[in-house]
Write a protein that binds this ligand. Structure first.
Ligand code: DAH
Length: 349
């Protein structure tokens, strides 16, 4: 008997469909599916193979040989296609992972807070950690708050310690750009009675000639403590605690007798010059020390001006420069850079 042309033709038809599917497969996954469909255990060739049982011996041998050839041919095509799909996928992945090291990426430049503002926040943090609250007051002040209530009546010679900028508002010389943050003490005590533990940061103005340590628009942080039994020892301890907390254990503080109309006794608060570590340099006028500010026990006349009973309460106050702190902490020989807004300098601070 001759082989049944129907069986042979069926195998050829499977092969030609399989070839098309192999060509059409666009990924290795597709290809595996094609392989399953045609060459798998339950695939089309396997099915054709199973139907061989119905043929006589001669036909079975002929169709069987044809089937084997078809399987071999499809396996070769599959493996060839598999190799090229694999290479394509790899090339694509490499292209995706390629880093162009010559590419110039535009960097977004981020701004940040000015060093004086950061210093102010750090100082506030130190004092808040010591139990103080933060209070603010206006930058344009009345003569009463800036001078009079601080025990400097009109025409008092102590006023000449401040190079005052007057504002043309109301009677002559009645409104000023505040020369210090001390008037905030007055406003706070007018608003609330003791006990008080507060720091008052803010901007101040003086008709000063700029130099390495002075700028006419500057910042201070004021401190006020009023309670039962507050002594000069509490003041000295607070100053010392602050100095180590903010500048580190290597920087020392000292208090030197001084005069302020609103404190009695009064002292100047100085720290080791951080620029020269105390050896003496231009910034500290060769003294090795830099004055941060003043302090003292609140004068009873101040308590009287705001209606606090000086028989019952005692207190201390201090005020020092925020810009000066920034200068010492960041070792800036000249404070004027703070106003020049040279980004190259500010970025380094
Ligand atoms: N207000 C003073 C100044 O600007 C600094 C100062 C001294 C503040 C003594 C105080 C103080 O609170 O008790 O020079």
């Amino acid at each position: 008997m001759t082989p049944d042309p129907g069986e042979i033709a069926h195998v050829d038809e499977i092969v030609s469909r399989a070839r098309r599917s192999i060509d059409d497969a666009s990924s290795e996954t597709d290809l595996r599916e094609v392989e399953n469909t045609f060459l798998g255990k339950r695939g089309e060739l396997a099915r054709a193979q199973r139907s061989l049982g119905q043929l006589d011996a001669l036909q079975r041998r002929e169709v069987g040989r044809h089937l084997n050839a078809a399987r071999a041919q499809l396996e070769a095509l599959l493996s060839e296609r598999q190799t090229s799909l694999h290479a394509e996928a790899r090339a694509l992945r490499l292209a995706g992972e390629r880093l162009d090291l010559t590419e110039l990426v535009e960097v977004r430049r981020r701004g940040r807070l000015h060093v004086v503002e950061r210093t102010r926040q750090q100082l506030e943090d130190v004092f808040v950690g010591m139990g103080f609250v933060v209070v603010e007051g206006p930058e344009v002040e009345t003569d009463f708050h800036n001078f009079e209530a601080l025990n400097m009546p009109i025409a008092h010679p102590a006023r000449s310690m401040w190079d005052t900028l007057y504002v043309e508002l109301g009677p002559p010389e009645s409104v000023v750009l505040r020369t210090h943050t001390s008037p905030v003490q007055i406003r706070l005590m007018q608003r609330q009675g003791p006990p008080i533990y507060a720091v008052m940061p803010g901007r101040c103005y003086r008709r000063d000639t700029p130099d390495a340590r002075h700028i006419p628009t500057f910042h201070q942080i004021e401190g006020l403590v009023v309670d039962h039994g507050i002594s000069f020892g509490d003041l000295a301890g607070t100053i010392e605690t602050f100095t180590t907390a903010y500048f580190g254990a290597d920087i020392h503080s000292r208090l030197r007798p001084s005069y302020f109309p609103f404190t009695e006794p009064s002292a100047e608060y100085e720290i080791t010059c951080t620029i020269c570590q105390g050896a003496g340099c231009r910034t500290c006028s060769n003294t090795g020390w830099v004055e941060l500010g003043g302090c003292g026990m609140v004068d009873p006349a101040v308590f009287e001006a705001v209606g606090v009973d000086a028989e019952e309460w005692t207190g201390f106050a201090f005020g020092f420069g925020i810009d000066r702190c920034a200068q010492m902490r960041h070792e800036m020989p000249d404070m004027r850079v703070l106003l020049e807004n040279d980004v190259r300098v500010l970025e380094r601070l």
